[in-house]
Each structure stands twice: as C-alpha cells, then as structure tokens.
Write a protein that binds this ligand. Structure first.
Ligand code: NAD
Length: 314
C-alpha cells in the first residue's frame, strides 16, 4: 500500500472537525489527512496540535490546505457551519448552513467528483438532501452522518438500564437526526431475543412509561450537553470515524446514516436515516427495519417534517 492510498479531507476545523480528525488518527484509518477552514489559523493550530501526537499513532501525513486538496480524496467530510445555541433546534440552522454548504460544494466540485461526501453539519438530513440534488454530485456518494449518534445514545441508555454492554444491544434510531428521530423498540434485541422478552423476565422491571422516557432522553441528549458545555463533539467524532472506517476498509457495517431515499422505503423526497450497509462505494444497500404501526407512522411524520424544511428552502 503506498502512503497516498487513503486520503481524507475535513472541511471545517471546529470542535466537530477536530474531533473527527483525532478519532481518525487514533484508529489509523488514513494515510493523508487534510484540514480545511475559512479560519486558516484555526486549521493550522489544530494540525499543529494533532501532529504532536503522530509518534503515537500509525503513519499519516497531516496538513492544512484549500479545496484543491479534495483532489484524489476518498472521503470528504463537511463539518463547516454554525452549531446550535442552547434551546436552538438543528432545523433553526438551515438558512445559514445551507448557504455555507453551497459555497463548499461549488468550491470542491472542480477538483473531485468521485469522493464520498460525508455531511455532518446540521441540519444534517436537509443538507444531505441539498447535496444529493447538487448537479455535479452522484447522490449515492452523498451520505449524512444522520442518526448514527442517536443510535449510539439509544444503545448507551438501554445498556445502562439493562446492565449489558452497549456493543451487545441491537437497536436503531431512524428518521431525522433531531427532535423527530424514532427509536425502534419493537425490533430491538439482545442475544437474539426481543427486548420485550428480556423486560418480561426481568426481576427489576422498568416503569410503564419507560419507552417514552428513553425516547425523550435520546432526543434531549444534545440539548443537555450543549446547555452544560456549549457543543457536542466527542460522540460525533467517534461515530464519524466509524463511518469512515467502514467505507475505507470496505467493512460493510450496518450503520444508520442519512441518504436520499427512493427505494423500498418509498420516495420520501428527503434524505433520512435508515440502517445502511457501508463499504467502498458508500452506501452498498439499505436494509428494511421491522417497525410496529406506531413507529412506522412516526417515521413517516419525521420524513414529512424534513421534506417540509427542504421545500421551504427550495
Ligand atoms: P464550530 O463553530 O466549532 O466549527 C465550525 C467551523 O466551520 C469553524 O471553524 C468555521 O471557521 C468553519 N467554517 C465556516 N464556514 C466555512 C467554510 N465555508 N469553509 C470551511 N470552513 C468553514 O462548530 P462545531 O461544534 O464544530 O459544529 C459544526 C457543525 O456540526 C454544526 O452545524 C453542528 O450543529 C454540527 N454537529 C453535527 C452533529 C451530528 O450528529 N451530525 C453533532 C454535533 C455537531
């Protein structure tokens, strides 16, 4: 393998971009990592800081650059844009961040058309829709980080309740990365058994409203963190490194990421998260998740909400 086999470019070197870079370096995922930011000094500072950790991670070249650095990249990650203020929803960021996204897409399209574009900036589903509609990009190569983080939060919360490692819990959040995301309880499973069976046999059962409580905890998680420390970044940093790993190493992991859907889920007119198989070409295929009628309705409502946000913008 030559030293230039895996190039990752991160556009936006703020909290989220730097955390993705850090997680990517620690996992040894790429051989070239480039950080881009309109605030060049910020990108330079992050690269200097990260470079001092190079003796402790697998070999990688790390530097700053402009959009021209996207040439030859396998994955381009977009984290540029405003983040949520306390009490601000992700959809509140749409006007400002859609303009930033358009300027970035115009900046990079002359240099690279084959890379996988991983969009992380919020509102991630709306921006993933806009990027998928961008004439110069192939929609199958545009992925939003979507509900990968919500799914991780869901599994963590269940793991705390069940006293079982989050790695051993199979459960997904689908729909919007945001206030209408849908945790799927009906097909959540542990050790091949439905969660409901584990609950029925538990010696310390949860109260009657436990599913509503967990749903609220998943949806409120970012607000709780932002109220306390101003931004969320470690969880998404690790989540995105996991996405990048599955793509670069062609691992075919099943991850809930956002993409423009018009297949077995119907034509929803928006990018939205469902479980997807991720490998070299990006989304290899989407998987049908088993839902009860209430969850199905919540998913459709989530898609409607996103479609409305896209229509208002268009
Ligand atoms: P931040 O303010 O720390 O960083 C944003 C960076 O983008 C800044 O350094 C800014 O200079 C840069 N930037 C702005 N316009 C640019 C452009 N045109 N080109 C290049 N760089 C540009 O914000 P953050 O905390 O890193 O958050 C970034 C985004 O990620 C926000 O929209 C936030 O809501 C989102 N986010 C998403 C998730 C998720 O699960 N998808 C999780 C956390 C945060």
């Amino acid at each position: 393998m030559s030293i230039h086999d895996n190039k990752v470019v991160i556009i936006g070197s703020g909290f989220v971009g730097a955390s993705i870079a850090y997680a990517t370096l620690i996992r040894g995922l790429c051989t070239e990592l480039v950080m881009v930011d309109t605030n060049r000094e910020k990108a330079v500072g992050e690269v200097m800081d990260l470079s001092h950790g190079l003796p402790f991670v697998p070999p990688v070249e790390i530097r700053t650059g402009g959009y021209e650095e996207c040439a030859g990249a396998e994955v381009i990650v977009i984290t540029a844009g405003a983040n949520q203020e306390p009490a601000q929803s992700r959809l509140d960021l749409v006007q400002k961040n859609s303009k930033i996204l358009h300027s970035i897409l115009e900046g990079i399209e002359q240099y690279e058309k084959d890379a996988i574009l991983l969009i992380v900036t919020n509102p991630v589903d709306v921006l993933t829709t806009l990027a998928s509609q961008h004439s110069e990009l192939r929609p199958e190569r545009v992925i939003g980080s979507g509900t990968i983080l919500d799914t991780a939060r869901f599994r963590y919360i269940l793991s705390q309740r069940c006293g079982i490692s989050a790695n051993s819990i199979h459960a997904y959040v689908i729909g919007e990365h945001g206030d209408s995301g849908v945790p799927i309880f009906s097909s959540a499973s542990i050790a091949g058994s439905p969660l409901s069976l584990l609950c029925a046999n538990s010696t310390s059962p949860c109260n009657q409203n436990w599913q509503e409580e967990v749903t609220a905890q998943v949806r409120r998680a970012a607000y709780e963190i932002i109220n306390r420390k101003g931004a969320t970044y470690y969880g998404i940093g690790l989540s995105c490194a996991y996405i990048i790993q599955s793509i670069l190493r062609d691992e075919h992991k099943v991850l809930t990421v956002s993409s423009y859907l018009n297949d077995q889920y119907g034509s929803l007119g928006t990018a939205i998260s469902v479980p997807c198989v991720l490998g070299k070409g990006g989304i290899n295929r989407r998987l049908q998740v088993s839902m009860n009628p209430i969850e199905k309705e919540m998913f459709i409502q989530s898609a409607e909400k996103l479609k409305e946000a896209v229509n208002i913008l268009n």
